[in-house]
Each structure stands twice: as structure tokens, then as C-alpha cells.
Design a protein around this ligand. Structure first.
Ligand code: ATP
Ligand code: MG
Ligand code: MG
Ligand code: MG
Length: 439
């Protein structure tokens, strides 16, 4: 992409309305535009990151055996009356009336709708287990929408729903999502810790929030330090291996980790003092086993081996891709700007032309741009007529993992300069070596 033909509205000044660094940087880097309180337009650079995050989420969901579909954003109130949640949900639900005075709503989540889809088609235990997910916009009329994408009113969610014949099956489904989540967040360069979370009126202890430690997080959390160094399961983990997944789950829940709702000071005190982490955190995912909470009132039943109909055991599993854009920046930035982990970076390389209009420099940049692009590398070519200083600042602000700087001084010796954004290290090398390094 040539910057001269792109849409990247960089702001030099930090906007006053932004309270936390990720919100500030997203606005300055031209990724995001607020349209109403808690409602945002993703500008092209922001959308590229969101799409990369969704691609990783999708790959790991698919790998675990979950199946993608797409449900609508608008739902009927009728469905929610069946589960008893229409009244209970309260003011966070955006209620809408259509021209026929039918009560509708903008979905804050999809348990009811997926249960309706399930019960329409599935009749036998032989069709289980099943896990269906989608990545769809949600609306929650949050009391305090704030911190940009972190707590939006309209936000993107990946929500998966599992259906099993019995509790043992449901636990395995839960473990599949647990393992998929460990991998998903690690691939984004994040250290997400599964923490015991409140299961509300359902009881039991099968609910975990996946939390990123960050001083700007809205949750108060307590955990064992060792979680920060634990290795996540490999890509070839066998999702059908019931005991294998149980073992991974066991390993990742053996040490203390709880949000403030579930915190037990006496238990936490048993963690060695130098291993106690008491911090703020961002909830980026949440998994939940809820048994027959929806299948009973909504009559989602299957016939068992004996022909008897029983309500299925369900779970739901959320990830916030739009919140993740912000969470990744909270976890990875410096004074100059964003530092994208490569797997979610909007482009891999910023190519900086340090003397626009100089024939040799323009030519060398053009060749580098063509070669990298031809090899499938995503390059943002800064080809505008701006001073090198301004180009350096923009490149650091938008935080692409690599910068290739080409100017007359280096070219005189046949060299270009390659800078790694993460640690600022710079190296002079031949254009061919730079292409090698970046492909
Ligand atoms: P929170 O405690 O932050 O209000 P929640 O517990 O209400 O979140 P869930 O119902 O568990 O959220 O939804 C699943 C995921 O959706 C969350 O883990 C989070 O990543 C994301 N999410 C929830 N609310 C928002 C929001 N207002 N803006 C952006 N992402 C959100
Ligand atoms: Mg909430
Ligand atoms: Mg929560
Ligand atoms: Mg939650």
C-alpha cells in the first residue's frame, strides 16, 4: 500500500477525550473514529488489525472443532421471553420496535437464538457434541462506555455455544475452548491468565475469565506469578483426547488465579509472598458451563440411547476482538507509539523514502516495494513528500514491526537501514539482505 493513496488520518496532538494510552494511540494513529458514545467506526488501519485478530480467533476455533455460522444482530423479544431473560436483562439491552409494533432487540449475546436454531434441527444424542460460533456485533447499553474500544456499546464478539448430551461431555467441550483460548491469546503476543470467575446463580465452578494484566484494566485480580511463564499447548494438540485436555486444564488451574468476585484472601495467602501477583486486569475472554439453563425452558432436547428425551448441557464462550485491539496496545507500546506483535500488525513493514523526489532513492524504494509485495509481505510505503523526521515519527506511532529506511546516504554505499520497532535496533544492509530478512 502506498501511503499517498491510502487513508491514514494521523493526529499530531493527543485528543483530550482519551483517558488511556490505547485509546489515545488508536485515535492518533488514524485507526478509529467515535461516532456516538461507545460507538466507533474502524478506519482502514484499525480494520486491518481487527481482521487479523478475527483470523486468529477463527483459526483456533476451527482447529478445536467449533463450526462457524452467522446469526443476525437483531433478535425478537419473544425468544428472550422463553428463557425468562427479556425482563431480567435490564437497561443494558437496546430494545427496538419495528413498524408492526413488534418488540425486537439488538443482541447483547446469543444463547437464546442459538438454542432456537439447535432445537429446530437436532434430535438425537448421536449428533452431539456440537459447537457453533459466530463473530458478530453486539450492543450493550453500558452505563459507562469508556476507554475507547475497551468498553464500547457496540462491540465485536466471538461467541461459541456448545451442546452435549451430559455433563461429562460438556466438560470436555469446555476444555476444548479452554485450550483454544490459551493458544488464541498467545498467538496475539498476549499473556492471558484463566482465572476462576463467578458462575452466578448456576453455581458450580466451571467458569473462567481470561485476563491480561494491565494497570488500566477494570478488574481487580489475584494470581500466582508462574502463570506468566507457562507455555501454551502446541498447535497439534489433540482436541479429541479427553484425558490430555483434562491434564492441560489441570496444569493451567493448579495455581491460584481469581478475579475479585471469587477472591479468597486466605487461599491467596498460601501463595509464597514473592509469587503473589495482585494487579489490575482486562477481561478479553470468558468461558462458561451453564448446564440446562437454556435447554430446559426452551426445550432443546435430544433423544438418548434409550429413546428418552433429555435437555442438552450447554456452555458459552466469548472473546472480544474489538476489545483485544485495545488490550494488545495496552500491553505493547512505548512513548513513541504502538508496538504491534507481528501476527496482528496491520502491515509488516513500513518503507520510508527519506528523500522523496531524488531519482535514485525513489527508484530503490520502488524496487524494494515491488520485491517485498511480490513475495507476499504487507508493506506500507511512506511515499509522501514529508521530512524524514515526520516519517520516523509516523512509523513509530503506527508501530509496524519493521521499518526499512532508504536514503541517498545509505544508497551511496549500497545500503538500506532496517529498524526493528520492538527494540529500536537498527542495521545497515544491502537491499537484497533486507528482502531476505523480511520474507
Ligand atoms: P465486562 O465484565 O467487561 O463488562 P462481560 O463479563 O459483561 O464483560 P461477557 O458477557 O463475558 O462480558 O462477554 C464476552 C466478552 O466480550 C468479554 O470477555 C469481553 O472480551 C467482550 N466484551 C464484553 N463487553 C464488552 C464491551 N462493552 N466492549 C467491548 N468488549 C466487550
Ligand atoms: Mg459487562
Ligand atoms: Mg465480566
Ligand atoms: Mg464476562
Amino acid at each position: 500500500m502506498r501511503l499517498s493513496r491510502y487513508f491514514l488520518p494521523i493526529l499530531r496532538e493527543a485528543p483530550r477525550e482519551a483517558e488511556i494510552v490505547s485509546h489515545r494511540l488508536m485515535l492518533r494513529a488514524g485507526m478509529l473514529r467515535q461516532e456516538s458514545a461507545g460507538i466507533y467506526a474502524f478506519l482502514p488501519l484499525g480494520l486491518r488489525v481487527l481482521n487479523k485478530i478475527c483470523a486468529i480467533v477463527r483459526e483456533e476455533q476451527n482447529r478445536s472443532g467449533a463450526i462457524e455460522l452467522l446469526m443476525p444482530t437483531i433478535q425478537s423479544a419473544e425468544l428472550w421471553r422463553e428463557s425468562g431473560r427479556y425482563e431480567a436483562y435490564g437497561k443494558e439491552m437496546l430494545r427496538i420496535e419495528d413498524r408492526h409494533e413488534r418488540e425486537m432487540l439488538f443482541g447483547p449475546t446469543n444463547e437464546e437464538m442459538i438454542t432456537e436454531i439447535f432445537r429446530a434441527y437436532v434430535r438425537s444424542y448421536k449428533d452431539l457434541p456440537l459447537n457453533l460460533y459466530h463473530i458478530q456485533w453486539k450492543f450493550r447499553d453500558e452505563v459507562r462506555p469508556r476507554f475507547g474500544l475497551m468498553r464500547g456499546r457496540e462491540f465485536l464478539m466471538k461467541d461459541a455455544y456448545s451442546f452435549d448430551f451430559d455433563q461429562a461431555g460438556a466438560e470436555h467441550s469446555y476444555n476444548k475452548m479452554f485450550v483454544a483460548y490459551l493458544r488464541t491469546f498467545a498467538r496475539m503476543g498476549l499473556k492471558a491468565i484463566p482465572m476462576r470467575a463467578d458462575t452466578g446463580p448456576i453455581g458450580g465452578n466451571l467458569s473462567h475469565e481470561f485476563i491480561i494484566l494491565a494497570s488500566t484494566g477494570e478488574s481487580e485480580v489475584f494470581c500466582h506469578k508462574d502463570y506468566l511463564e507457562m507455555a501454551v499447548p502446541p498447535a497439534d494438540v489433540n482436541f479429541d483426547d479427553v484425558d490430555g485436555l483434562k491434564q492441560i486444564f489441570g496444569q493451567w488451574t493448579a495455581q491460584y488465579a481469581a478475579t475479585s468476585d471469587m477472591h479468597e484472601a486466605a487461599e491467596f495467602a498460601k501463595v509464597p509472598a514473592d509469587k503473589q501477583v495482585s494487579a489490575r486486569g482486562i477481561e478479553v475472554g470468558h468461558i462458561f458451563y451453564f448446564g440446562t439453563k437454556y435447554s430446559e425452558p426452551m426445550k432443546a432436547v435430544v433423544a438418548g440411547p434409550d429413546g428418552k428425551e433429555t435437555p442438552i448441557h450447554g456452555g458459552s464462550y466469548g472473546i472480544g476482538p474489538s476489545r483485544l485491539v485495545a488490550a494488545i496496545i495496552e500491553a505493547s507500546h512505548d512513548d513513541a507509539g504502538i508496538i504491534w506483535p507481528e501476527p496482528v500488525a496491520p502491515f509488516k513493514v513500513a518503507l520510508l523514502n527519506l528523500k522523496q523526489g531524488d531519482a535514485a532513492t525513489d527508484g530503490a524504494c520502488e524496487q524494494m516495494y515491488q520485491e517485498l509485495t511480490a513475495k507476499g509481505v504487507e508493506v506500507l510505503y511512506h511515499d509522501r513528500d514529508e521530512r524524514p523526521g515526520a516519517k520516523f515519527a509516523t512509523a513509530d506511532l503506527i508501530g509496524l514491526p519493521w521499518q526499512v529506511m532508504i536514503g541517498p546516504r545509505g544508497l551511496a554505499e549500497g545500503k538500506v537501514e532496517v529498524k526493528k520497532r520492538a527494540d529500536g535496533s537498527k542495521e545497515l544492509m544491502s537491499p537484497a539482505a533486507a528482502v531476505d530478512l523480511l520474507t
